[in-house]
Design a protein around this ligand. Structure first.
Ligand code: SF4
Ligand code: SF4
Length: 421
């Protein structure tokens, strides 16, 4: 095992290979507060990549209802339980979230999936994991819209409890794709070395000619985003729509486009980009990059289960109404600070939040033009002032892609008839 730096955990970590980082890294931010579970993303991916025989159970992009839903069923509870068994009571964070880019969320004192395996499987396994059963892959949207009610009383909802900051009866939608991790467990587990991370954009791919279907990647990926195809006996996974990222979509005019799941998102919860990476794997400072701003400046977007250790490149703005202990387990110690900022956004954050999925092109930089004050009032006891600022998105070569304002324009159609459309 090599020692690598895991900035999300604020410490060095064991990993089967020495660290190697891409020039830029495929990354994304999902705003869970906006997802309506329409599944447009899920179907956009399905109809592009996994519509063939043998791929019926494959949902590279999925949206599950938390806390009960999961695809495959209970994937997160199962890996968290394995880690807890390997390191009872030890899965803890120390320190506090800070401005240190080497340890922005404090320090994780527990064991990652790369560090816990020997305690459970001393003989062979390099990485802690498990193979889901066939039944667990059967129902991609099980427990849809099932809320948590009163503890220990099934089907009873709290009569009170719809007040922020926490709802007593709650659920939320978690949209997921492969995280194209910085330290991919799938890659580390493959005995054929059939999985690789592209040096230009960090996208993690399985070489279909090299794979022999041992399913070690399926077992090791803690997010269960590598999947086995029975009729070809080869594993497959999300390819991050790499032809679109490369600007090879026939309609793109050579411009890098966001993935299909991002571009299809009706709720405008998704923003995808390619972030610059330092030689030590941390994100290079890029102040006007929207993802850098959301993750490292505003700090409203947090990694999904950072304690697993793979440095996932998917970041989430947590749902505002969900009990904090659940959110801290899922997104780490940065949750309280992230929600504080998201609930009281300053002018810049309000403007950047308008960039989500306004165009198919990938945004590399943003600028803001200040506009007039359009609202002043009180919301839950605090003063709120809104400005109609304009945010401008720029592409790879510095060209303007689009501009959008905080206040959405309203068009009133002239009514020719009572029911005129
Ligand atoms: S999410 Fe899983 S399949 Fe995707 S890169 Fe990470 S370990 Fe590999
Ligand atoms: S398309 Fe967007 S809003 Fe609809 S389910 Fe997917 S992530 Fe949620």
């Amino acid at each position: 095992m090599a020692q690598v730096h895991n900035w999300q955990l604020g410490r060095e970590m064991n990993y089967p290979y020495t660290a190697a980082f891409p020039e830029r890294q495929f990354a994304f931010v999902f705003n869970t507060n906006r997802c309506i579970a329409c599944q447009s993303c899920t179907m956009a991916c399905k109809s592009t990549w996994t519509f063939s025989k043998g791929q019926e159970h494959m949902w590279w992009a999925n949206v599950e209802t938390k806390p009960y839903g999961g695809y495959p069923m209970f994937w997160d509870m199962k890996i968290l339980e394995l880690l807890e068994r390997a390191n009872p009571e030890g899965q803890r964070w120390s320190g506090k979230p800070s401005s240190d880019p080497q340890a922005p969320y404090g320090r994780f004192e527990g064991r990652t999936i790369f560090e816990a395996e020997r305690m459970l499987t001393p003989d062979s396994a390099r990485i802690l994991g498990y193979l889901p059963t066939d039944e667990e892959w059967n129902s991609p949207n099980i427990y849809e819209d099932n809320p948590v009610g009163e503890r220990g009383k099934p089907f009873q909802w709290h009569k009170a409890g719809v007040e922020l900051p926490e709802h007593k009866t709650w659920f939320f939608y978690l949209a997921r794709i492969c995280n194209h991790c910085t330290y991919p467990a799938c890659l580390a587990a493959c005995p054929r070395k059939a999985i690789y991370k592209r040096p230009e954009d960090g996208i993690v791919l399985i070489d279909q000619r090299e794979c022999r279907g041992y399913r070690k990647c399926v077992e090791a990926c803690p997010y269960k985003k590598s999947m086995y195809r029975g009729n070809t006996r080869i594993s497959e996974k999300c390819v991050a729509c790499y032809p679109r990222i490369e600007g090879k979509d026939p309609e793109s005019g050579g411009r890098p486009w966001q993935t299909r799941c991002m571009a299809a998102c009706i709720g405008q919860i998704r923003l995808q980009g390619l972030v610059k990476v330092n030689p030590d794997g941390t994100w290079a400072e890029d102040r006007q990059h929207p993802l850098y701003y959301l993750v490292h400046v505003a700090k409203v977007a947090l990694p999904l289960y950072p304690q697993l250790g793979t440095v996932p490149n998917g970041y989430y703005i947590p749902p505002r109404w969900v009990p904090r202990p659940y959110l801290r387990q899922m997104f780490g110690p940065g949750v309280d600070q992230a929600l504080e900022r998201y609930e009281k956004p300053d002018r810049e954050l309000t403007a950047v939040l308008q960039l989500f999925n306004r165009a198919r092109e990938i945004v590399y930089r943003y600028g803001i033009v200040e506009g007039p004050k359009v609202y002043e009032g009180t919301l839950r006891g605090r003063r709120v002032t809104l400005y109609n600022d304009t945010v401008i998105a720029y592409g790879k070569d510095g060209e303007e892609l689009f501009r959008t304002s905080v206040e959405e324009p309203v068009y009133v159609r002239p009514a020719k008839h009572a029911n005129s459309i």
